[in-house]
Design a protein around this ligand. Structure first.
Ligand code: DQA
Length: 148
C-alpha cells in the first residue's frame, strides 16, 4: 500500500527564489515541491506538499497528519525558533517527523541555533538546500517501514 507523507513549510518559504537567494538558493518552493513529489513517487510515497505563513494552520496540518499521513517532513521556518505549539502538535501526532532547514542554522545568528522542533523530530537535516528535502524523504521512508 502507498503511504502518504506531509511535507509542511512555514512562513516566508513561499518567497523562495526571491528571498535572500545567497542564503536560500534560487529555486522556488513550487520547484522544490515538484522535486519532492517526484522523489516521493520513486520511493512509493505520495507527497502532500503545503506551505502556510500561519502558525495555527501548520498546527492544524500536523494534527491532520496524525490520521491522514504516515510521517511528516517539516521546515517550520522562523517558527522553529519560537513555536511551543508546533512542538506540542508534533509530539502529540505520534508520527515520525523530520525537520529540514535549507540553510545551516548553526552557522547563522545565535537566535537560530535553537529549534523547539528538534526535540520532537526523529532527525534534523540542515544546510544542504533543497537536497535536504530529498534526503528527508528517503529517511522518512525508512522510518515508516521500520514501524511496520
Ligand atoms: C529556515 C531557517 C530559519 O531560521 C528561517 O527563519 C527560515 C528558513 C531554513 O530553511 O533555512 O525561514 O527554516
Amino acid at each position: 500500500m502507498t503511504s502518504t507523507i506531509f511535507v509542511l513549510n512555514g512562513p516566508n518559504l513561499n518567497m523562495l527564489g526571491r528571498r535572500e537567494p545567497g542564503i536560500y538558493g534560487g529555486k522556488s518552493l513550487e520547484e522544490i515541491g515538484e522535486e519532492c513529489r517526484t522523489a516521493g513517487h520513486e520511493a512509493g510515497l505520495v507527497v502532500d506538499f503545503r506551505q502556510s505563513n500561519h502558525e495555527g494552520i501548520l498546527v492544524d496540518w500536523v494534527q491532520e497528519a496524525a490520521d491522514a499521513a504516515e510521517g511528516i517532513i517539516i521546515n517550520p521556518g522562523a517558527y522553529s525558533h519560537t513555536s511551543v505549539a508546533l512542538h506540542d502538535a508534533i509530539r502529540a501526532a505520534g508520527r515520525p517527523a523530520i525537520e529540514v532547514h535549507l540553510s545551516n542554522i548553526f552557522s547563522r545568528e545565535p537566535f537560530r541555533h535553537h529549534s523547539h522542533i528538534s526535540a520532537v523530530a526523529v532527525g534534523v537535516i540542515c544546510g544542504l538546500g533543497p537536497t535536504g528535502y530529498i534526503l528527508a524523504i528517503a529517511a522518512l521512508k525508512q522510518q515508516i517501514a521500520a514501524r511496520g
